[in-house]
Design a protein around this ligand. Structure first.
Ligand SMILES: Cc1ncc(COP(=O)(O)O)c(C=O)c1O
Length: 297
C-alpha cells in the first residue's frame, strides 16, 4: 500500500475515501502463473500500461511510475510465496475532501494478491457456460468511457451479472447503446462463423482486453481469419461456436445464449484449440509467446 508491504488484515482505508463514495478509482486484474522458472506475471507491462491509460482518462495523477508499479507487483507476488495468484492493483482517491470534485483528494495505490481459481468455475471451463443477453445496456462511451477500467463503472456489470444469475444463467452479455453485442460483465466475447472469428470492437463498448489480444494473436498465428466486427444478437444464436476471454475467466466456451444451444451444445474444436494454447502460453510453455511471461525474480 503506497510503497509499503502491509499484512492482509491491516490493509485498511478510511470510510470517507473518495473512491468508496463516488467510484473514482481505476484498477487492473492480472494473473501470475507457475512456470519452469517460478511464478511469472502474464503481460504485466501491458496491464500496467492500461492502468495508466485508465488513470489518464479520469485525470488521476498516479504518484508512481509504470516501472515502479511493475516492480511493486513483482515484489508483492514474490513475498507472498504463491506459485499462482490473481493480482489486483488499484489506484484510488483516498480520504481528503468530500464532494464531487476529486482534484483535492490524495491518490493512493495498492496491490493485493491472492489465490483465485477459475472465475466462472471448472465446470464452465470444461463444458461451457450459459449466457443471457442483459436487459441492461453497456454505458455510452460519451457517458462513461468503456476504454477505462474505472471502479464505479462496474455497477453496470454487477447489475447485469445479478440479473443473469437470478434468472439461472452463468453470465450476461451486454449490448451497446446502439444495440450491437458489446461484451460480458468482465470478459470479451468471440463468435466463430465458418472459418471467421469475430470479436466486437471498442466502439461497441468493449474493453480492449489483453486476453482478447492474446487470443487474437494465437488465432491469427494458427491461420484463422480474425476480425473486429459488429455482431447482432441473432449472430450469437446462429454461431457455430462462441467463447469469452478475460484474465480472471481465461478462455471459456459458451454453451448457449438465451436458451439457444450453440453448435451441438458442447465446446467446439476452435474454442478448445485456442483454450489449450492460451493455457500453455500463460505458463511460458509456448516459445513464440515467451515474451508475454514476466518472471517475478
Ligand atoms: C468489462 C471487461 N471486459 C473485458 C475484460 C477482459 O479484459 P482482460 O482480458 O484484459 O482481462 C475485463 C477484465 O478486465 C472487463 O472487466
Amino acid at each position: 500500500m503506497d510503497g509499503e508491504l502491509v499484512d492482509w488484515d491491516d490493509a485498511r482505508i478510511h470510510i470517507l475515501s473518495h473512491t468508496l463514495h463516488y467510484g473514482s478509482g481505476v484498477f487492473e486484474g492480472i494473473r501470475a502463473y507457475a512456470t519452469d522458472a517460478g511464478p511469472a506475471v502474464f503481460r504485466l507491462t501491458d496491464h500496467i500500461r492500461r492502468l495508466f491509460n485508465s488513470a489518464k482518462i479520469f485525470m488521476i495523477d498516479v504518484p508512481f511510475t509504470p516501472e515502479e508499479i511493475v516492480e511493486a507487483t513483482k515484489t508483492t507476488v514474490r513475498v507472498n510465496g504463491l506459485a499462482e495468484c490473481y493480482i489486483r492493483p488499484i489506484v484510488y482517491l483516498g480520504y481528503g475532501e468530500m464532494g464531487l470534485n476529486p482534484l483535492p483528494c490524495p491518490v493512493n495505490v495498492s496491490i493485493a494478491v491472492w489465490p483465485w481459481g477459475s472465475y466462472l468455475g471448472d465446470e464452465g471451463v470444461a463444458n461451457g457456460v450459459t449466457m443471457k443477453i442483459s436487459s441492461w445496456r453497456r454505458h455510452d462511451p460519451n457517458a462513461i468511457p468503456p476504454a477505462a477500467k474505472g471502479t464505479g463503472m462496474y455497477i453496470n456489470s454487477s447489475m447485469a451479472k445479478v440479473e443473469a444469475l437470478k434468472a439461472g444463467y452463468d453470465e450476461a452479455i451486454l449490448l451497446s447503446p446502439q444495440g450491437y453485442v458489446s461484451e460480458c460483465t468482465g470478459e470479451n466475447l468471440f463468435v466463430v462463423k465458418g472459418d471467421r472469428i469475430i470479436t466486437p470492437p471498442i466502439s461497441a463498448g468493449a474493453l480492449e482486453g489483453i486476453t482478447q489480444d492474446s487470443v487474437l494473436t494465437i488465432a491469427r498465428d494458427l491461420g484463422f481469419d480474425v476480425e473486429f466486427g459488429n455482431i447482432l444478437r441473432s449472430d450469437l444464436y446462429t454461431a457455430e461456436e462462441a467463447f469469452l476471454t478475460g484474465t480472471a475467466a481465461e478462455v471459456v466456451p459458451i454453451r448457449s445464449v438465451d436458451d439457444r444451444s450453440l453448435g451441438d451444445g458442447r465446446p467446439g474444436p476452435i474454442t478448445r484449440r485456442l483454450q489449450e494454447i492460451y493455457h500453455a502460453a500463460v505458463r511460458g510453455q509456448v516459445d513464440k509467446y515467451k515474451d508475454w511471461v514476466e518472471h517475478v525474480g
